[in-house]
Design a binder for this molecule. Sequence first.
Ligand code: C2E
Ligand code: CA
Ligand code: CA
Ligand code: CA
Length: 278
Amino acid sequence: AKMVGRNNFQFFDQKMNDAAVDRLKIEHSLRQALANGEFRLHYQPVIDMPTGKVCGVEALVRWQHPEKGLLAPGRFIGIAEETGLIQPLGEWVLWAACRQLAEFKAAGLSGVRMAINISAIQMRNGNLPLLVRGIIEAYGLRAEELMFEITETVAMEQPTETVRILDLLHDMGISIAIDDFGTGYSSLSYLHMFPISHLKLDRAFVKEIGEDTDEAVICDATIGLAHSLGHKVVAEGVETTAQLEYLRRLGCDMVQGFLFSQPVPAEQVIDFIRSRNA
Ligand code: C2E
Ligand code: CA
Ligand code: CA
Ligand code: CA
């Protein structure tokens, strides 16, 4: 029995070691990918409900892996966060999204706000506001043309420091959205501490629209509550016209989802905006 126990232990140990080696390999290849310029941004249009026009896009990062093809962020953001590589990756995203916004404007598109996902780790970096100011100036943008999306867990982790950084960003003119709203601790009780202007209703709730579920009720209640706090609501993951019409009746302000467009490369989103806003 002793022998078996020992072998089991060694087996387990080996497995843990393999996992650690895998992580190191991924970390190494992420570093390499940053150096080689393998990251791309795709853009998903955000539709203004009353007018049906595109009022913004959300930048979503992808990794164009030389062997594995185009990888979604679910495959690498977590590891980038654990290894600290989210810092340089997040900085790359900021530069790339802002450069693209300047290109949209140069191409004659106006009234399109760029939404950028900001990780918890980036929010802890006190230099973020200064970095953002530098990027905005470099591309001749206005801060009002940007929206930062942070998840509620991010906001909850170090509330005091987060509030300080968010206040600086907000004072510059950047809009702040709470992403994946309804999935975390989301208590509305703390939301008033943050200078937010938008809530993004998570796809999990939108999916249940039309069904007689708690989620559909939460969807309804959230929109009412957000409005009473003076926030706009963006619904994520809208896939059907039934969902769209229901959200319209609830007074939802903006929508995004496959019903309109998947996240696509810049050239395609430009075509989409041109045809929709014509
Ligand atoms: P998210 O910010 O909640 O982004 C929305 C996700 O939902 C995107 O997945 C998008 O492709 C997907 N989506 C949009 N509409 C629909 C729909 O109608 N149906 C369905 N089934 N899905 C839809 P994606 O691009 O794989 O991104 C996943 C997550 O990765 C994002 O969730 C965000 O948390 C994170 N992420 C993406 N880009 C960045 C980035 O630049 N920085 C950071 N820190 N995180 C990022
Ligand atoms: Ca987001
Ligand atoms: Ca989301
Ligand atoms: Ca439920």
